[in-house]
Design a protein around this ligand. Structure first.
Ligand SMILES: Cc1cc2nc3c(=O)[nH]c(=O)nc-3n(C[C@H](O)[C@H](O)[C@H](O)COP(=O)(O)OP(=O)(O)OC[C@H]3O[C@@H](n4cnc5c(N)ncnc54)[C@H](O)[C@@H]3O)c2cc1C
Length: 326
């Protein structure tokens, strides 16, 4: 049994923790809750999945489906979905959502695997000691004696954290991310909008999704808009008020909403929202490792841009760690 530190309790870190339970696992996250970009926000009486919106029914990561059904974490719903709203193209689409918002998926996995964890613990330094074991440092504490460290956070952040331990000159091409501004908005009365989610609402809004189809208890009409990555890049530091007003005006104009009082609006900037170029597509490799094979970097960015890719990346690395640690 090895002492393994996992940094990041998003879907990649949870996949590793799930697959390596025979070891002594400690998982760290800077946030107060697990899930990372699978994020459900509660504001007063409103709920918004403002990170990952749904899990596709046709992804090919069998183990994730097994975990979801084993712990009863998901429900399949069928909705009217605009494959391209601007061209009036729509279809009926089956999607998987969490039983209680998308974050209930990683949260329940985290609760079920019962590994040692430190939330609210941002790891700011990793060092290797003379006894060949790692120490991790948060702002307040040192955590000692790890045989392996698995960093499961966005690529640029993991590079910064491991730059003294991994030779990054070996990485010829680097993976990259697109940023996304998301806007959460709700109206006092239910709007008469038949289409519940879709792509290309407007040149600056790449995705929209109704939240009432996910949360039965909502009295107001709640929506999440993803601004396009192009718009987000060009307006990365935009004032939140200006962004929210702009998104609201697009939404109301597009759906012809004239007299309905807005009851809530808020936005969030995801700097590392979705993988643009995956590491595997440029290197054919499934992780980045230190020379001694003790420190590894993983994340959705290895394989692709979805939460099933994140699970897949963690699962692939776990097989290798199992071989190394016998
Ligand atoms: C707006 C948006 C919409 C999306 N929509 C979808 C969708 O509909 N369907 C889909 O499949 N995917 C979607 N995705 C992508 C999906 O959310 C991600 O691919 C997946 O959640 C990534 O998981 P991860 O574990 O690799 O990374 P993350 O979720 O980013 O997890 C990394 C974790 O590490 C923690 N962390 C970071 N630095 C440190 C540190 N120094 N110390 C300790 N902890 C640290 C973070 O708090 C976080 O919990 C969307 C993403 C965004 C942002």
């Amino acid at each position: 049994m090895k002492n393994i530190a996992i940094i990041g309790a998003g879907m990649t870190g949870l996949s590793l923790a799930y697959n390596l339970q025979e070891h002594n696992i400690t998982i760290f996250d800077k946030s107060w809750r697990p899930g990372g970009r699978v994020s459900t926000r509660k504001h007063n009486n409103y709920f918004f999945d403002h990170g990952a919106h749904y899990l596709s029914t046709n992804h090919s990561v069998n183990q994730l489906n097994e975990v979801i059904s084993r712990y009863n974490l998901g429900q399949v719903i069928e909705i009217d979905f605009a494959t391209d709203y601007s061209k009036n193209k729509k279809t009926r689409k089956k999607i998987i959502i969490g039983q209680n918002g998308m974050n209930s998926i990683p949260k329940s996995i985290f609760d079920n695997i019962k590994v040692k964890s430190y939330l609210n613990s941002k790891i700011i330094k990793i060092s290797k000691n003379s006894n060949d074991l790692f120490s991790l440092f948060s702002e307040k504490e040192e955590f000692k004696n790890f045989d392996y460290v698995l960093i499961c956070i966005p690529y640029l952040q993991s590079k910064e954290l491991s730059k003294d331990l991994i030779d990054f000159t070996q990485i010829v091409s680097e993976p990259s991310y697109d940023p996304i501004h998301t806007v959460m908005l709700s109206y006092k009365n239910i709007n008469n909008i038949n289409i519940k989610a879709g792509l290309n609402l407007h040149k600056d809004v790449s995705f929209f999704m109704n939240q009432n189809i996910k949360f039965n208890e909502l009295s107001d009409d709640c929506w999440v808009l993803n601004m396009s990555s192009e718009y987000t890049k060009n307006n990365i530091s935009i004032d939140k008020y200006d962004l929210e007003k702009y998104a609201q005006s697009i939404f109301e104009k597009t759906f012809g909403i004239k007299k309905n009082e807005i009851s809530f609006i808020k936005s969030h900037r995801w700097l590392f929202a979705q993988t643009k170029v995956s590491y595997n597509s440029i290197s054919k490799k499934n992780w980045i490792n230190s020379k001694d094979n003790k420190l590894f970097l993983s994340g959705d960015w290895v394989i692709g841009k979805s939460l099933s890719d994140a699970w897949d990346a963690g699962e692939k690395l776990s097989h290798y760690i199992k071989i190394l640690s016998v």
